[in-house]
Design a protein around this ligand. Structure first.
Ligand code: A2P
Length: 284
């Protein structure tokens, strides 16, 4: 009898089986500009990560012309959602001839992506010594790890002030970050968990370099001239009070690293916490 009913069950439609290894399903896609988009996907039940870390994500590559075999095409992406979120969020550039992002930019709700559930990274609170102010320095899609950390309660428990600078070429490229920060004000859950008005600790400093906006220029130049500190109404960076996390393009990372060392800050790591940490934003 038992076997008979097994046969009957087999005739029922099979549950949807993931077609990719480590597959996750896309739940939301937003296009911000012709160069930028963000998306959300399901989170593997076993995935634990610290806000600010990254994982390898991607899609299946084209079949090999000789063997017909397909290999996963993976890149490092900062997780833009905080560690407590039940889904995962990513923020990506679109490079028209980029091996991965030329395809990834076309994903739709219900599609599958590959996600290797092994989070790593240095932009984590554990890599910094206690301080009073935390600076998040981002260019372009380097905002992603800070999208996670700005929604992470520990950020506000550990620091009195949270300063986020974001330098982009054009105004439209600031929109993802701007909306995310604005949404914190009305986020009932975070205001309840972290404390009503927690977002008042944030000082947001967006700048553009190639399109007119209220504040123009590279953050590095604006700090060197003292303009950024004057605008923000804060004292220049010092190793006693200030901690920093940096994520942007390579030239930016190198330049700001040099400046932070000049202010007397030392680079930290998971194994040896110090005063600042750096990570390169992914570019396809
Ligand atoms: P700029 O337009 O002057 O090059 P990208 O999109 O190329 O990654 O650049 C993102 C932003 O980072 C741009 O506004 C760019 O300014 C800025 N940027 C590039 N290099 C540096 C640097 N060394 N220091 C500060 N900002 C930089």
């Amino acid at each position: 009898m038992t076997e008979m009913s097994t046969v009957t069950e087999a005739a029922a439609p099979a549950p949807k089986v993931p077609t990719l290894p480590d597959a996750q399903t896309v739940t939301e896609v937003k296009h911000w500009t012709d160069r930028l988009f963000s998306f959300r996907c399901t989170r593997p039940a076993a995935l634990r990560f610290r806000s600010g870390e990254f994982v390898m994500i991607g899609l299946m590559g084209d079949p090999d012309p000789k063997t017909g075999k397909q290999k996963p095409l993976l890149r490092a992406y900062s997780i833009a959602s905080p560690s407590w979120d039940e889904e995962l969020e990513f923020y990506s550039i679109k490079v028209q001839d980029g091996p991965l992002t030329s395809k990834l930019q076309h994903i739709k709700v219900g599609d599958e992506i590959i996600l290797r559930p092994k989070p790593v990274g240095t932009l984590v609170h554990d890599a910094l010594l206690p301080g009073k102010r935390i600076w998040f320095f981002a260019t372009g899609t380097g905002f992603a790890p800070f999208a996670s950390l700005l929604r992470e309660p520990q950020t506000y428990q550990d620091y009195d002030e949270v300063i986020i600078t974001h330098t982009c070429r054009e105004v439209g490229e600031l929109q993802y970050g701007r909306e995310l920060i604005e949404a914190l004000k009305t986020d009932e859950l975070l205001n309840e968990v972290i404390g009503e008005g927690f977002w008042k600790k944030i000082k947001y400093y967006p700048t553009t370099t190639r399109e007119e906006s209220p504040k123009m220029g590279r953050i590095t130049d604006l700090m060197r001239s003292g303009e950024a500190f004057a605008d923000l109404g804060v004292a220049p960076i010092n190793p006693e009070d200030d901690r920093a996390m940096v994520c942007g393009n390579l030239a930016f990372n190198l330049e700001i690293k040099d400046m932070l060392e000049g202010y007397g800050l030392e680079e930290g790591a998971n194994s040896k916490p110090a005063q600042y940490v750096v990570e390169k934003a992914f570019l396809d």
